[in-house]
Write a protein that binds this ligand. Structure first.
Ligand code: SF4
Length: 201
């Protein structure tokens, strides 16, 4: 995989791309440029691993459904995260041809990356990069979703081992909608923070 070529492809699709060798440098970068803003989070093992909630919450107003403010539940917090100036999320997969794929169960994560914010950041490790859009869809469905179900201890067949999708009918199913970003959305500044490390699933 030629990372320079991937970055150029993403730039041609309208994204700003920032590249870091490790997650610490990327976290410092984000903590410096996101200041005194309202910030929404999409659920992400990558963001959790970078401790971005802990870093940003001291100087921004944060709405992260994984860290609900006192008196607010998941849905309350997720709704607030859709009306912030900045939205942070990750990707399930990124193709070398420049498409971003995300699957969601509740919808707040994919909705937040589509409309309403001044700036959206997709923060991702290079392990999410696969050759084609078809590979990206397969990765999202068969690697990321089962691993996330296991992380969240859901009552789905994939959560036992996190090894594959069973296309379940569980009430806990997290694969209800899939978003493919072919290019940057209109009228939103969108930045991909690409990190040359294995992050998330
Ligand atoms: S459809 Fe069901 S079994 Fe498949 S990954 Fe999603 S939650 Fe797991």
């Amino acid at each position: 995989m030629d990372i320079i070529k991937v970055i150029e492809t993403l730039k041609h699709k309208g994204y700003t791309v920032s590249y870091f060798e490790n997650k610490e440098d990327a976290a410092v970068y984000l903590n410096n440029i996101i200041d005194n803003k309202s910030v929404g989070f999409g659920d992400s093992a990558t963001l959790l691993g970078m401790k971005l909630f802990e870093r940003l919450s001291s100087h921004n107003e944060i709405f992260d459904p994984q860290h609900c403010p006192i008196g607010m539940n998941f849905i309350d917090t997720a709704k607030k995260s859709l009306t912030t100036k900045v939205f942070l999320t990750s990707v399930n997969a990124l193709s070398e041809t420049g498409e971003i794929v995300n699957i969601d169960g509740t919808g707040n994560r994919v909705a937040g990356a589509l409309f309403g914010h001044e700036k959206v950041y997709f923060v991702t490790g290079s392990n999410k990069i696969v050759p084609t859009l078809e590979d990206a869809i397969w990765r999202a469905r068969n690697i990321v979703a089962p691993q996330n179900a296991m992380r969240l201890q859901l009552r789905t067949p994939c959560a036992k081992k996190g090894e594959r999708c069973y296309d379940c009918s569980s009430p806990d199913r997290i694969c209800n909608g899939m978003m493919i970003h072919f290019k940057k959305m209109n009228d939103i500044d969108m930045e991909i923070v690409l990190i040359n490390e294995r992050l998330g699933f």
